[in-house]
Ligand binder design. Structure first.
Ligand code: PMP
Length: 400
């Protein structure tokens, strides 16, 4: 009898389980549409040129690695603030934004969850879109939040259930945290348009809710500035307080470096400064301080005009490839008698809710070695010239 004899195994992660099954599949034409990362035309995770350049420079003049400050590398936080809020942001100028480097976007969510739970106490509530990224529920539940859901995706139109969304926000109690995907909604790929954002922001402000923007795919839909629309609109609308968790995992293809940040907007400079002390205390209690390397890479790119331009170009290439794959898939499906998938080009980012049923997803896997999530989520970035026809054949076949 060990001290841990009674410990039961945690439930397995469904996405990781799918990957294991995919890797074990001996069929040569297999395709993994279940992945959650951007892969290039060759199916590889790219190493961006701009990142490689900074890494080369760093290697040329190696530096010792002391601890970073609790809230991370100052240059990284400064650059992040500008990227999210805009170079000329009045909020930044007024000192109302505080930003702390975190362990990926997940770390930002966790630190924010812990801190907001402390601030709001046992009343802490968060409303999450239906559906959402599974870790949203996991993180906020384990931080002690009561979880609520707002309507978001409309399976019939493959678009936004705007009436349902607004109605659900209207009845939330003031002070409820409302988690919104800034762009490239995971898992649906369905985003609010500019008009819908305006209407949502108006309700958030009017109802005194706390907007919490999760921006994990900035630059993957229309470019870094346009994809930060939600953040900019909240500022312009004069919303006193809101929170942003952002991630560079995808936009810099630096998944394993765990680069993200947490920003809080305070009503004034003084409030923001107090919030920063609380963010730091929360980080201290979690992991003490973040890691150096990824932050040096990201800030090295963002702080240099030419590397920044190269990054925007490389990001544009990833974005362009996703758009091209969406268009090609729609065209190929239509040519195979499946015109109902035109909505793929209206969705944003790497993911699409395909509308494929669990039975169709099972058939794709069993008959064609094509792996997708049972929800029907597929990763568009997993498509390339080599597998596109095969995937279109298979989706058209199971859709008949
Ligand atoms: N938010 C969303 C919506 C995501 O999809 C992800 C990554 N899958 C994250 C946050 C977290 O990103 P990171 O890998 O940087 O922790």
């Amino acid at each position: 009898m060990s001290l841990f004899t009674h410990v039961e195994a945690a439930p397995g992660d469904p996405i990781l389980g799918l990957t294991e099954q995919f890797l074990a599949d001996p069929r040569p034409n297999k395709v993994n549409l279940g992945v959650g990362i951007y892969v290039d035309e060759q199916g590889k995770v790219p190493l961006l040129e701009c990142v490689r350049e900074v890494e080369t420079r760093l290697a040329r003049s190696p530096a010792p690695r002391s601890y970073l400050p609790i809230d991370g590398l100052p240059a990284y936080n400064r650059a992040t603030g500008k990227l999210l809020f805009g170079d000329d942001s009045p909020l930044l100028a007024a000192g109302r934004v505080v930003t702390a480097q975190t362990i990926g976007g997940s770390g930002a969510l966790r630190v924010a969850a812990d801190l907001l739970r402390q601030i709001f106490g046992a009343q802490a509530r968060i409303a999450i879109s239906n559906p959402s990224w599974g870790n949203h529920h996991v993180i906020f539940r384990s931080a002690g939040f009561e979880l609520l859901e707002y309507r978001y995706y409309d399976p019939a139109s493959k678009g936004i259930d705007e009436a349902g969304l607004l109605a659900d926000l209207e009845v939330l109690q003031p002070g409820t945290v409302v988690l919104l995907h800034g762009c490239c909604h995971n898992p649906t790929g369905v985003d609010l348009d500019a008009n819908q954002w305006h209407r949502v922001v108006a309700v958030l402000k009017e109802r005194r809710l706390l907007p919490f923007i999760d921006l994990a795919y900035q630059g993957f839909d229309r470019g870094t500035a346009r994809d930060a629309l939600a953040v900019r609109l909240l500022g312009e609308a004069g919303v006193e307080n809101f929170v942003v968790a952002n991630s560079y995992s995808k936009s810099f293809s630096l998944y394993g470096e765990r680069v993200g940040a947490l920003s809080f907007v305070g009503a004034d400079r003084d409030e923001a400064a107090r919030l920063l002390t609380r963010i730091k205390a929360t980080i201290r209690a979690n992991y003490s301080s973040p890691a150096t390397h990824g932050a040096l890479l990201v800030s090295g790119v963002l702080e240099s005009d030419d590397l920044r331009a190269r990054w925007e170009e490389e990001l544009g290439h990833m974005r362009g490839r996703i758009h091209a794959m969406r268009a090609a898939l729609v065209e190929k499906l239509a040519a195979r008698g499946a015109p109902q998938y035109g909505f793929f080009v209206r969705q944003a980012g790497m993911f699409s809710y395909s509308g494929l049923t669990k039975a169709q997803v099972d058939r794709l896997r069993e008959e064609y070695a094509i792996y997708a999530l049972t929800s029907g989520r597929i990763c568009i970035a997993a498509l390339n010239e080599a597998n596109l026809d095969y995937v279109a054949d298979a989706i058209a076949a199971v859709s008949r």
